[in-house]
Design a binder for this molecule. Sequence first.
Ligand code: NAP
Length: 254
Amino acid sequence: MTNLSMFSLEGKTALVTGANTGLGQGICVAYAQAGANVIGVARRSCQETADKIAVFGGKFKEIIADLSDTSVIPHIVEEAEKAYGRVDILVNNAGIIKRCDAADVTEADWDAVININEKMVFFLCQTFAKKWLADNKGGKIINIASMLSYQGGIRVPAYTSSKSAILGLTRELANEWAAHNINVNAIAPGYMETNNTQNLRSDEHRSEEILSRIPAGRWGTPEDIAGAAIFLASDAASYVHGFTLAVDGGWLAR
Ligand code: NAP
């Protein structure tokens, strides 16, 4: 008989970036339900996330930090370890998107997207992996990719570049760290109902175009990625390395 405790996150500590809303909030709630101590990093208050977790008595601590500059990393690590000791699971979820014709993208907008979606992801991975390599106790990294890790998209050149990089980076880091019991994987959400897709969903034409192409016939929700996020953070995924798992209502199968 399969031992389902392999999916439990009891006794583990997970740090999730972009924890105040959307997919990050969904992942925080799911991890707390699976038994983890959860640390949510965000620019704005995570009170809504904290409230959702308090309902069932889960453990949650917020750290306010702007992830556009790597100089915040030591503060995040210090606060996280002060709260719960060793961080075992890192979820790089925070991300931004700027929609604009490629011909009009400014250098400032390009840098803003790449800094949060790509550069910060690498340096957070590096920071925690260095600790895990030193204590030899392993760890789990889950990066949030996108359909635009596989496809080109349109009017989002920096976003597509950053999310395509996440797929490659996830493979690269897995190759370096798999032998040290560090699992680096990613989740590629499809089209989900969050702030990130607000503009898309309010454009009637684009919204209809997208919806009619999703085999599942609906936009995804933060709850839809909970199962994949728990799996990749758990002992059940110990031999899964460098893979980007799509949770997309069948979008890529089309
Ligand atoms: P969202 O609702 O816009 O949430 C993004 C999160 O990132 C928010 O918590 C946001 O905080 C945080 N964030 C952005 N810039 C930050 C900064 N400088 N410092 C700290 N936190 C920052 O979008 P979402 O859909 O949940 O997106 C989560 C992840 O999934 C992103 O990486 C996104 O690219 C990816 N994704 C989303 C979809 C989708 O359809 N929704 C599809 C594929 C991939 P603030 O609220 O303070 O800005």
